[in-house]
Design a protein around this ligand. Structure first.
Ligand code: ARG
Length: 446
């Protein structure tokens, strides 16, 4: 391996060509406006940059690995196209503030696309909740059946996670949205530049405050990778749940064929590969975050070439998260929800209503701890005798506590859910309110 093969980055940083050209065009305009280069030179430079943009978009740009990166490739090609005047473009600029500008532009766009993907998945989640508004299933703790909950309530939990993810990406966007250009190599530049003008041209909300920080800061990459890692954790939990739910043991959902694959040897299998892969890819997204944090940890100010290693983890995470969100939107909106099976699981497990039985006793005046003790004994009785709560006679109930009356037979999954009528609870009217709020949020501009 030669030194050049080791240092070259063009095979991945060519992805930044649009940002690099946009940054150069804005810079050239500013140089002309400030009288740093003559107007006619800037016009020539901008014309050349536009041709380069077309060449790259049409896949006929002569990439040269010996020129190492996207910046040098474009600058060298500009020389070929417009002659020595191309050399004026790099006035009052360094690759250090240039690359950071490119990467911030790229990250801002990526964040916007990812927020759109998150909204799309939220829409799919709301769709499942709305289409099955009366369905219920056992809610689980420790993966043990615990209490009946509305399916809509279960899915809206993911809506909340995704909503917080959006918030984290929005925060990250705000801190990414500052222009580093004008910081030069590290100390600023000795020309009368107009940084605010360049920021406006490029759509940045502001400019960086310290040139040394600006060329060496990759916090925005770390923040993006961190928000992405947590988002993938959420998607991976959903994936795991759908893997479980699509098993024969649960049978709660049937994935559309587009999101499963058959086995090469067992013809009956419909493996939830997409969900499993998402769970697996979460590992590489975590890895990218750790890679970036580690790249930065020992770097003295300001720019160090180590920082070139920021791009592959960033690009890989953008691609992975984007693809995962898109696939999940399809997977969730096409899966068949077997609400009968969910309801039957609740019915076959009468002990799901044990908490409600205790609450019923509390309503009759028993202290909660005492009521809990009575129901614990009842539950053991039911389990030991292989029976169910609803098949016990009132006399049998009364052997556990005198206060039992006919009202005990009015405890049903529906009454259990309806009773949890607190903000954030599973009562149908609370869930309906959550859905209404979700739809209001989705109607908002992202
Ligand atoms: N390819 C480089 C990177 O991504 C561009 C900046 C190079 N700057 C320098 N002083 N060598 O970091």
């Amino acid at each position: 391996m030669t030194q050049q093969t080791y240092t070259v980055s063009i095979h991945y940083d060519r992805r930044l060509y649009r940002q690099d050209i946009a940054g150069s065009v804005a810079h050239a305009r500013m140089l002309a406006k400030q009288g740093i280069v003559p107007d006619k030179d800037a016009t020539k430079i901008i014309g050349g940059l536009m041709s380069i943009q077309t060449e790259i978009a049409e896949d006929r740009f002569p990439w040269k690995p010996e020129l190492e990166d996207i910046h040098m490739n474009i600058e060298a090609r500009l020389h070929e196209l417009v002659g020595p005047v191309a050399g004026k473009l790099h006035t009052a600029r360094s690759r250090n503030d240039q690359v950071s500008t490119d990467l911030r532009l790229y990250a801002k766009e990526a964040i916007e696309n990812i927020i759109a993907g998150l909204r799309g998945l939220q829409q799919a989640v709301v769709g499942v909740a709305e289409a099955n508004s009366e369905a219920f299933l056992p809610g689980y703790t420790h993966l043990q059946r615990a209490q009946p909950v509305l399916l809509a309530h279960h899915f809206m939990a993911y809506f909340e996670m995704l909503q917080r993810d959006i918030g984290r990406f929005q925060d990250c966007h705000g801190r990414t949205d500052v222009l580093p250009l004008g910081s030069g190599a590290l100390a600023g530049v000795p020309y009368p530049i107009d940084r605010e003008f360049v920021a406006r041209e490029l759509g940045f909300g502001g400019i960086t405050a310290n040139s040394m920080d600006a060329v060496s800061d990759r916090d925005f990459v770390v923040e993006f990778l961190s928000a992405s890692a947590l988002c993938m954790a959420h998607l991976s939990r959903l994936a795991e749940e759908l893997v479980l739910w699509s098993s024969q043991e649960f049978g709660y959902v049937t994935m559309d064929d587009a999101y499963t694959t058959g086995s090469s040897i067992m013809p009956q299998k419909r493996n939830p590969d997409l969900a499993e892969l998402a769970r697996g890819k979460t590992g590489r997204v975590y890895g990218n975050l750790v890679a970036m944090l580690t790249i930065l940890k020992g770097l003295p100010l300001t720019y160090n070439r180590d920082m070139q290693e920021d791009k592959e983890p960033l690009f890989d995470t953008v691609d992975t998260l984007h693809a995962t969100l898109e696939a999940f939107q399809g997977m969730v909106s096409t899966m068949k929800v077997n609400t009968d099976r969910m309801g039957a699981t609740v019915d076959e497990e009468s002990l799901l209503l044990a908490t409600d039985l205790a609450d019923y006793l509390v309503a009759k005046g028993l202290p909660f701890r005492e009521a809990h003790g009575v129901v614990a004994k009842l539950s053991r009785h039911v389990t030991d005798n292989g029976t169910s709560l609803d098949s016990l006679s009132l006399d049998e109930y009364k052997t556990f506590s005198e206060v039992f009356d006919q009202g005990v037979y009015e405890i049903t999954p529906q009454s259990s859910m309806k009773a949890r009528d607190v903000p954030g609870g599973t009562a149908p009217q609370q869930v309906a309110a959550a859905l209404a709020e979700a739809k209001r949020l989705l109607g908002e501009k992202p």
